[in-house]
Design a protein around this ligand. Structure first.
Ligand code: HEC
Ligand code: HEC
Length: 247
């Protein structure tokens, strides 16, 4: 699993402290005391990022990998300010929530800073077929895909599942190469190819429904099994009725 209990344990105090800080004391709750002086109540996106985010995401949002796992992913493909605001407010995974530490205005500024100043990896539509081919060549050795219960799923012992990663996180990780994962810079994968890989991973995360609405993602085989089970019950039931009539 990508996040070890040790790291989560180490970060837990951070998460607990952050919500305890009243909004008007924006300096309280910052992970490192030395950084608190750097502008309590700063409204400048870049200053807020340096103070609140860079220790995990890197000073240019390039991501930081610790020995155990990713401290904070790369944000260099985050183009949607709305999504950044949501992440800052709620704190996905082991990122602390900042909704009580930063004002709405501050969350606005820091999100704008991320999408306009740090997001340097372009993401376009991409091509699904090309993405699948590239994924098999460059990623599948570690992040394998397999058919599970009719749905495509990620498997692999040496790499985390990619099931709930956003497009931005996927693109960021590919360019960056967190931990033991290699990085795939521009000469290896063009921006267009990167977009295709991202599109493929997003596709595999949510494959189109194969049909049979109430039995989502199980497909015709299990639907046949279910029908068979119903048939067996009916046969059993008729047998029981017959017995009842005889007895
Ligand atoms: C304690 C480390 C830590 C701090 C501090 C932190 N983050 Fe995060 N951030 C994370 C982790 C871990 C994730 C989750 C990655 C995942 O879902 O796999 C994350 C996720 C995100 C995401 C969502 C990425 C996506 O596409 O799903 C955004 C955006 C983000 N952080 C921005 C920020 C900003 C802006 C700040 C400062 C206000 C900040 N983070 C502070 C660790 C941190
Ligand atoms: C040599 C094995 C290897 C290859 C090849 C590889 N990865 Fe990874 N990948 C990893 C490992 C290991 C991690 C976890 C790094 C960590 O947690 O420190 C990871 C993490 C990730 C993450 C998660 C980042 C996060 O925010 O948690 C994504 C997304 C990802 N890889 C996508 C890809 C894609 C797409 C490719 C192909 C272009 C690829 N990887 C190729 C080993 C690999």
């Amino acid at each position: 699993m990508p996040y070890s209990p040790v790291l989560v344990g180490a970060l837990l105090p951070l998460i607990l402290i952050a919500p305890a800080a009243p909004a008007q004391h924006a300096g309280v709750g910052a992970p490192a005391p030395a950084q608190q002086a750097a502008g309590a109540g700063a409204s400048n996106g870049s200053a807020i990022f340096a103070q609140r985010c860079s220790q995990c995401h890197g000073d240019r949002g390039q991501g930081i990998a610790s020995a155990v796992t990713i401290a904070g992913p790369s944000l260099q493909a985050e183009h949607d300010a709305g999504k950044v605001m949501t992440a800052v407010e709620w704190g996905p995974s082991h990122m602390p929530a900042f909704s009580r530490v930063l004002s709405v205005l501050q969350i606005h500024s820091v999100s704008g800073y991320v999408t306009t100043q740090l997001a340097i990896i372009p993401l376009t539509q991409g091509d699904l077929g090309e993405g699948g081919k590239l994924f098999r060549v460059y990623c599948a050795s570690c992040h394998r895909t397999a058919v599970r219960g009719g749905a495509l799923a990620f498997t692999g012992r040496n790499a985390p599942a990619l099931t709930n990663k956003s497009a931005a996180l996927i693109a960021g990780a590919v360019r960056w190469g967190p931990g033991t994962m290699p990085s795939f810079p521009e000469p290896v994968l063009s921006d267009q190819q990167l977009s295709s890989v991202v599109r493929y991973v997003k596709f595999v995360q949510h494959p189109p429904d194969p049909g049979g609405d109430p039995l989502k993602y199980y497909g015709p085989v299990s639907e046949g099994l279910a029908a068979g089970a119903v048939l067996m019950i009916l046969i059993g039931f008729t047998g029981w009725i017959e017995k009842g009539e005889k007895g």
